[in-house]
Design a binder for this molecule. Structure first.
Ligand code: GDP
Ligand code: MG
Length: 352
């Protein structure tokens, strides 16, 4: 079998305290729960991203550090694999393939529908993902998400069989990202397949995840507010992040929401700015609860025409894709969004 010989040793026993560290690519079609899983893993276990220069091609999103046993899992940014419809789509697929090829271990994420019992077969839209993991250098672990939807866990067995028939997965782990079920088991399976050693400094790594989480909250708030109206047209970049001077001060964050067309800008801003205010309010509350301190959030909306069709632009926006639209690790103070091609780039403010 093509991957058998590449496979690492099977999981070590619980007494193994060897430090292990390596990279992990998380791949799956849109909506399987990649972002939710990543946030759950990073958020719960001292989420850290590295400030050290990357030797890898793929961007590092964050490192999960476990003290016991000593483990570092660095998650690579692998924007959702989907049928490429435009240049952005192609860039995303290429990026994802790069991460798959270079990661020490790959997690393929799929999910169960409430009707999983009735259709215990490989989902058609998982085919591109199965094709992509064929290029993995390291072992691939299958994580089946959303098992909280299943009343009868026995329904998982035929599903596991169907997927296992398609790829020699190193392990299969049922999880629920929203309920944090199976996450320890998943990390355990990953750890067992990582090289020995340490890779990331722990003390240098504390600020970027906050920024990543913050702009993700903005993007989420935009999507929650605009739903179907703005499917894939939104990217968020961070313009400014200013820590408070005193203990009880306020963190000032400014971010730009990039859309493709003036009409989309109108949707994001809403009549009299109502939509943008609601977006800002929702995002600010989420960021405040994450940071545990007060936040001023200034949001701007900018039309950056054609960013989903222009790979270079998409890249400048941090790919604007699926897992995150984050600023590069090298720009610790946040990136300045690219110059808009339209002079008319009105901004809306959402502050509170
Ligand atoms: P992504 O496109 O792969 O990043 O998927 P998201 O993380 O954005 O999740 C897509 C949807 O699935 C969201 O509505 C999530 O709340 C939901 N979701 C994610 N994980 C779970 C889970 O474990 N159980 C259930 N029931 N829903 C989940
Ligand atoms: Mg996502």
């Amino acid at each position: 079998m093509k991957t058998r010989s590449r496979r690492a040793e099977p999981p070590d026993d619980a007494t193994d305290r060897t430090p292990r560290a390596g990279t992990c690519a998380l791949v799956g079609r849109p909506n399987v729960g990649k972002s939710t899983l990543l946030n759950a893993l990073l958020g719960e276990r001292l989420a850290i991203a590295t400030a050290t220069p990357q030797t890898t091609r793929a961007k590092l999103l964050g490192v999960v550090h476990l003290a016991e046993p000593p483990t570092q899992v660095g998650f690579l940014d692998t924007p959702g694999l989907h049928a490429p419809q435009n240049a952005l789509g192609r860039a995303l697929v290429i990026e994802a393939s790069g991460a798959i090829a270079e990661a020490d271990v790959v997690v393929m994420l799929t999910d169960v529908s409430t009707r999983a019992a009735a259709s215990a077969s490989v989902r058609e839209d998982d085919e591109p993902v199965l094709a992509a993991i064929g290029r993995a250098r390291g072992p691939v672990v299958l994580a089946i998400n959303k098992v909280d939807r299943l009343r009868d866990k026995g329904a998982l067995l035929p599903l596991i069989e169907a997927y296992s028939a398609r790829h020699p997965f190193a392990a299969v782990v049922p999880i629920s990202a929203t309920r944090s079920v199976g996450l320890d088991a998943l990390i355990g399976e990953l750890r067992a397949r990582l090289p020995e050693g340490r890779r990331w400094e722990e003390d240098t790594l504390t600020d970027r995840p906050e920024r990543f989480f913050a702009i993700e909250r903005v993007r989420e708030a935009v999507i929650a507010r605009t739903r179907q109206e703005l499917p894939h047209a939104v990217a968020v970049t961070l313009d400014r992040w200013q820590e408070p001077v005193g203990e009880r001060g306020i963190t000032r964050i400014e971010a730009t929401i990039h859309v493709e067309k003036p009409g989309q800008k109108g949707i994001v801003i809403g009549a009299g700015g109502t939509a943008l205010r609601a977006i800002g309010e929702r995002a600010r509350l989420a960021i405040e609860s994450f940071l545990g301190r007060r936040v001023f959030l200034g949001l701007h909306v900018r039309v950056t025409p054609g960013w989903t069709r222009d790979p270079k632009k998409a890249r400048e926006l941090g790919l604007g894709g699926d897992v995150a639209t984050i600023t590069p690790a090298s720009s610790a103070t946040g990136s300045v969004p690219p110059e808009p091609e339209q002079p008319e780039t009105g901004s809306g403010e959402a502050t509170s």
